[in-house]
Design a protein around this ligand. Structure first.
Ligand SMILES: *Cc1c(COP(=O)(O)O)cnc(C)c1O
Length: 334
C-alpha cells in the first residue's frame, strides 16, 4: 500500500520557527483539524506534545476526544457544544450561545471582516450578556483574518477591529479570557505579537502561501507520500496506457503501476498535463482509483515530498493536497 512518512525533525523545526515569533512555545496552539491536515491526528498530536505544545485546535468534539489526554486545552471549532474540562468551544453565532449547555467553556468568535463565522460587532454586547445569563464560562475571544497572506492593508484593518473587541470584553467585566487571532500567515508576517495564543496550522506542517514579496522564515515540509510497485511491463512505441489510452508511448518503455490513486485522495488532475513526481517522473495517462503508471522499475517511488510544489502543478493550495489524503494511508514517523 502507499504510505506516508512524517519527518519529526522538520515538524519540530517549524514549531521552533513559530516560537521565535510568539516568544514561547506555550503560546502556540497547534491546529490539528481534519486529521491534522491529512498528516494523522494522533501522530501529529503526539509529536506536538513531545515538543512541548500544550494547546490544540480541532474541528469537532470527536477529534478532540482522540487526543484529549495530550493537551491542557483543546479548542473545538465546530459541532455540538458540551460541558467539558479540557475542551472549549468556538461560539460561531448568537444562536450557538442559546444552545450551549450550562457550564460549558466557550470562546467567542467575533466577525471582524471575514464574514464566515462569528458574531457581528454590533451583536457583541448582546452576545456577552447572553453568555452571562446562560451561565457559560467565557475562556477566550477570537477572530480570524481573511487576507493575512495577501499584501494589502486589510489585515491591519481587521487587527484594529479586534483591538476594540478586546477592550469591550474587558469593560463588560470578563477576566481570564485569552485572546487570539493569528493563523500561520498572520504570525509569520507580524513583527510584534502580544496576544495569548496563535492558532498555527499550515506553517507547522511546513508551508505558507505568501506571494514571493514576503520575506518569511524557512519552513520544511513534514509529509512525504510514497507508492509501491504492483506490476511492470514493457510496452512498444504506439501502445497506450490506462483508461482512455490517453498516454501513447513514444518509444519502447518499461512501465510500472504503483498503488496510489484518487481513492487515496490523490488528485486525479488532467492527464493531458500530467503531474510530475518529486523524483521527476510524469504520471503516464489517467490516474485510476487505486493506481498510477510511471516509467520506472523501482520498488518504491516518492510521489510527493512538497505539497506546495504539488499544489502549484494542480493549481490549488498546499492545504488541499495534504488534507485530501485518505486517513487510512499508513504513516511512519522518521
Ligand atoms: C484552520 C484555522 C486556523 C489555522 O490556519 P492556518 O492557515 O493553517 O494556520 C486558524 N484559525 C481558524 C479559525 C481556522 O479555522
Amino acid at each position: 500500500m502507499a504510505f506516508i512518512t512524517l519527518n519529526r525533525q522538520n515538524f519540530h523545526h517549524n514549531l521552533s520557527q513559530i516560537a521565535l515569533k510568539t516568544g514561547s512555545k506555550e503560546k502556540i496552539a497547534i491546529v490539528l483539524k481534519d486529521n491534522a491536515y491529512g498528516h494523522g491526528l494522533e501522530l501529529m498530536a503526539g509529536l506536538a506534545c513531545e515538543f512541548g505544545i500544550r494547546h490544540a485546535v480541532v474541528r469537532n468534539f470527536a477529534e478532540a476526544s482522540r487526543i484529549r489526554t495530550l493537551f491542557e486545552t483543546i479548542l473545538v471549532l465546530g459541532g455540538e457544544i458540551v460541558a467539558d474540562n479540557v475542551c472549549s468551544f468556538a461560539l460561531n453565532s448568537l444562536q450557538a450561545i442559546l444552545q450551549a449547555p450550562k457550564g460549558a467553556k466557550v470562546e467567542l468568535k467575533v466577525d471582524t471582516g471575514m464574514h464566515r463565522n462569528g458574531i457581528a460587532l454590533h451583536e457583541l454586547d448582546d452576545a456577552l450578556a447572553r453568555i452571562k445569563t446562560q451561565d457559560l464560562k467565557l475562556v477566550g475571544v477570537m477572530t480570524h483574518y481573511r487576507s493575512s497572506d495577501e499584501l494589502s492593508s486589510e489585515f491591519f484593518w481587521q487587527q484594529k477591529q479586534f483591538e476594540t473587541v478586546k477592550k469591550r470584553v474587558k469593560e463588560a467585566g470578563f477576566s481570564d479570557v485569552r485572546t487570539h487571532s493569528h493563523n500561520s500567515a498572520a504570525i509569520l508576517r507580524v513583527k510584534h505579537f502580544d496576544e495569548d495564543l496563535v492558532r498555527v496550522g499550515i506553517a507547522a506542517y511546513g508551508y505558507h502561501e505568501f506571494p514571493s514579496v514576503f520575506d518569511v522564515l524557512e519552513l520544511k515540509p513534514v509529509l512525504s507520500l510514497y507508492a509501491k510497485k504492483v506490476a511492470s511491463r514493457v510496452i512498444k512505441a504506439g501502445e497506450r496506457v490506462g483508461y482512455g489510452g490517453v498516454f501513447v508511448a513514444p518509444r519502447e518503455m518499461l512501465v510500472s503501476t504503483y498503488d496510489l490513486g484518487y481513492g487515496d485522495g490523490w488528485c486525479r488532475g488532467d492527464a493531458t498535463q500530467p503531474y510530475v513526481t518529486s523524483e521527476g517522473l510524469p504520471i503516464l495517462g489517467r490516474v485510476s482509483m487505486d493506481f498510477i503508471a510511471l516509467e520506472s522499475d523501482k520498488e518504491v517511488v516518492c510521489v510527493m515530498n512538497d505539497a506546495k510544489k504539488a499544489a502549484t502543478q494542480f493549481n490549488t493550495i498546499s492545504y488541499e493536497i495534504t488534507t485530501a489524503l485518505a486517513s487510512d494511508i499508513p504513516k511512519i514517523i522518521i
